[in-house]
Write a protein that binds this ligand. Structure first.
Ligand code: BDR
Ligand code: CA
Length: 299
């Protein structure tokens, strides 16, 4: 089983991704690190702790990360995800206190273990870039970073050119993509293909994860009537579990940091440490997500 850290900014789709990760028998989730993005860091951190508590995973440590990108400040997405970044009032988190910083958590988690860790990045890449800069040896201890981010051949979702996570910290993205660590980029090129207009058939049971997913999506659709929901972050977790629904091209990715193209991901197909998801078997992806959402033993 692979040891994983999830770096996240929950976020409605981050919440769905977390349910899937906790339900997968192939992921050993050793910690969650938080970053600002969809909402302020205090909101995303509180959401992460509340979600883990609700899902019965209060033992998973949470470490708080960056409240701003390497330069400037984050653009938030409350209008899309709702009040507090989730649009839900979850029960108060348990007594868990968040003591370690995200960068320290990543560096410590990678030290002294026989097998390298994997990181799934579901928000801006600030924490991961800062950890790589803080400890140059970290790159040898990370087997793969699976990133929800980027828009190579398609339009962006925050600007015409840029996907939200990469736009929010393009400098961090460049550090991560140039670090030499194998990176898998699951961006809008594939996530925009996996859209839900109804989800009754996706999860049928009454476990905690299924109830939470139903609440998240129900609440979101009340806020955005008639819109379809894209499974951005769940697809990145899916790629961390099973690459088979995806087709990839390998190469190098550089990110525009200034001007109207800020956050644009430019892909050069050649030998390189980054592989970009260029296509997805939509039905296979949805079936696997559905079975993971439904494998919640729950109650
Ligand atoms: C990404 O932006 C965020 O709003 C989502 O949580 C996802 O990580 C999609 O562009
Ligand atoms: Ca996210």
């Amino acid at each position: 089983m692979n040891r994983f850290i999830i770096d996240m900014d929950p976020g409605t789709d981050d919440a769905l991704a977390l349910i899937i990760a906790l339900n997968s028998i192939n992921l050993d989730l050793i910690g969650v690190t938080t970053v600002g993005g969809n909402a302020r860091l205090l909101h995303t951190t509180r959401n992460a702790v509340s979600l883990l508590t609700f899902l019965g995973a209060q033992d998973v440590p949470v470490a708080m990360g960056a409240s701003s990108p390497i330069y400037g400040s984050f653009t938030y997405a409350y209008h899309f995800h709702g009040t507090n970044g989730l649009g839900l009032q979850l029960p108060n988190p348990s007594t868990k206190t968040v003591q370690t910083k995200a960068v320290d958590f990543m560096v410590e988690a990678a030290k002294g273990v026989a097998s390298p860790i994997k990181i799934v990045a579901l928000g801006p890449l600030t924490n991961i870039a800062m950890a790589i800069e803080a400890d140059p040896y970290l790159i040898d201890s990370i087997e793969e970073i699976i990133v929800m981010g980027g828009a190579v051949e398609c339009q962006g979702n925050i600007t015409e050119y840029a996907e939200f996570n990469i736009y929010n910290d393009p400098w961090a993205a460049n550090i991560v993509f140039n670090s030499g660590v194998p990176v898998t980029l699951v961006g809008l090129d594939v996530t925009m293909k996996v859209a839900l207009s109804e989800w009754d058939l996706l999860f049928t049971g009454d476990g905690k994860g299924q109830r939470l997913a139903r609440q998240v999506l129900g609440n979101w659709s009340t806020m955005h009537p008639g819109s379809v929901y894209h499974m951005h972050d769940p697809l990145a977790v899916l790629a961390a579990i099973d690459h088979s629904p995806f087709s990839y091209h390998a190469g190098k990715v550089s990110v525009v940091t200034t001007g109207e193209e800020r956050g644009r991901t430019i892909f050069l197909q050649e030998t390189g440490p980054v592989r970009v998801a260029v296509d997805v078997d939509v039905q296979l992806a949805l079936n696997t997500i559905s079975s993971l959402l439904n494998s919640d033993p729950g109650s």
